[in-house]
Design a protein around this ligand. Structure first.
Ligand SMILES: [Zn+2]
Length: 406
């Protein structure tokens, strides 16, 4: 690396370490920010010489990145931004901290894909899904898909691993010369009823979808989730055993195997490593307190709430909603979520915006009880399982409260 990049990299590592020592999180944002101030090309310098995969999409990217890093780890050391710092500052910090590794798997915020593609020149880009998120500031879904399509057209050599079940992702990837399609199912359809190419309705039947006005339709997938495993492009089925709950995570694991295959990793060699991945930045973590087995599920937009309902056991459930900066300030998306699956369960609500949730649940005919603290929630449910579903900062608040006690 040039001298300026070496200095910038060293400063980045030191700043991140100091920030961690001061108890201010993992330090990756401040470390990367300082490094890029000293050398704006630092990310490109750090990426040079590594074989890289980028993982992007609205939901599942942190988990899929972790699983893909585990799978690629069959080959050797892998640098990764495992704590969800998914903008260029986080990538810079992760690569500086990792030192020389032959491989990197990086989670990328969907708005930053173009910038990170330019800087890192990856071998593979995995595109998971696109749905509404952070209504006060995120791009409209079709605009995001258009942006991805334009970006990928500038990088014709990149291999795209893309979700055949999401029409927006398919449209974004359709012009790419090298594409692997995976099918992991898609529970949320409400951002893809209209064809982004021609504006005609999209129809669905069983696994298939097609535009009624043009040629856009579901491509034949190469990797397909089937039961609790995945069928690879040779037709072989691999059982996937995870510590993570839900069919959505089987899909994330299948995607990780498809990404790793582009590095030359055979699924038979990688699949056992996926089972070693436990909770991810506290997500899916299980904690026992006062006889209650508490499980933490992060859900931050309508599509991820649908998946959380699928993962959660039929047990008392605490919902917590905040609307601070990282969450997005607009909570009107709560009305895009159908909370009916919670009927018949004991439902508790908390968080800064619990009353927004209260209005939504009332209209949705879901009885609930408001609690002010997590301790009150625990006292309000019988011994046994307590599911907690929370959006981003609400999730962090509950983790902090649990960490203080345990
Ligand atoms: Zn169309």
């Amino acid at each position: 690396m040039p001298l300026r990049a070496k200095v910038a990299s060293s400063v980045s590592r030191t700043a991140a370490a100091l920030s961690r020592a001061a108890g201010r999180g993992d330090g990756s944002v401040i470390g990367g920010w300082l490094g890029l101030k000293i050398d704006p090309e630092l990310l490109a310098h750090l990426a040079a010489g590594r074989t890289i995969a980028l993982v992007s999409g609205t939901n599942g990217k942190t988990t899929t990145t972790r699983l893909a890093a585990a799978a690629v780890g069959v080959l050797g050391p892998v640098a990764t931004n495992s704590f969800g710092a998914n903008m260029p500052t986080g990538h810079t910090s992760a690569l500086a901290k990792a030192g020389h590794t032959p491989y990197a798997v990086l989670e990328v915020d969907e708005h930053y894909l173009a910038q990170v593609l330019d800087a890192t020149e990856p071998r593979v880009v995995a595109l998971l899904n696109l749905s509404r998120d952070q209504l006060d500031r995120a791009k409209e879904v079709a605009m995001m898909a258009q942006g991805w399509q334009t970006t990928l057209a500038k990088h014709p050599d990149v291999h795209v691993v893309a979700n055949a079940d999401d029409p927006m992702v398919v449209w974004a990837a359709i012009g790419s010369a090298h594409t692997t399609w995976f099918s992991a199912g898609q529970r949320w359809h409400d951002d893809s009823w209209v064809c982004p190419e021609c504006g005609s309705p999209i129809e669905r039947a069983e696994d298939q979808w097609w535009c009624t006005g043009c040629t856009l339709r579901r491509p034949q997938p190469h990797w397909v989730v089937e039961d609790d495993g995945v069928v690879d492009p040779t037709g072989a089925w691999h059982k996937i055993v995870l510590q993570l709950p839900g069919r959505v995570n089987i899909g994330n694991a299948a995607t990780a195997l498809a990404v790793a295959a582009q590095f030359g990793v055979r699924p038979t060699d990688a699949v056992s490593r996926l089972g070693g991945v436990a909770s991810i930045a506290g997500r899916y973590a299980q904690v026992v307190r006062d006889g209650r087995g508490i499980r933490l599920l992060l859900a931050k937009n309508p599509a991820s709430w649908l998946e959380a309902f699928d993962m959660a056991d039929h047990a008392p459930t605490l919902l917590s909603i905040n609307a601070r900066d990282p969450d997005g300030l607009d909570t009107s998306w709560l009305f895009d979520v159908d909370f009916a699956p919670l009927r018949g369960r004991q439902v508790l609500i908390t968080g800064d915006r619990a009353y927004d949730l209260a209005v939504r649940l009332d209209i949705n005919d879901v009885p609930f009880q408001h609690v002010r603290t997590f301790s009150q929630a625990i006292a309000a449910v019988p011994p046994g399982r307590l599911e907690v579903i929370a959006n981003y900062t609400a999730f962090q608040d509950i983790r902090a409260e649990l960490d203080r006690v345990n």
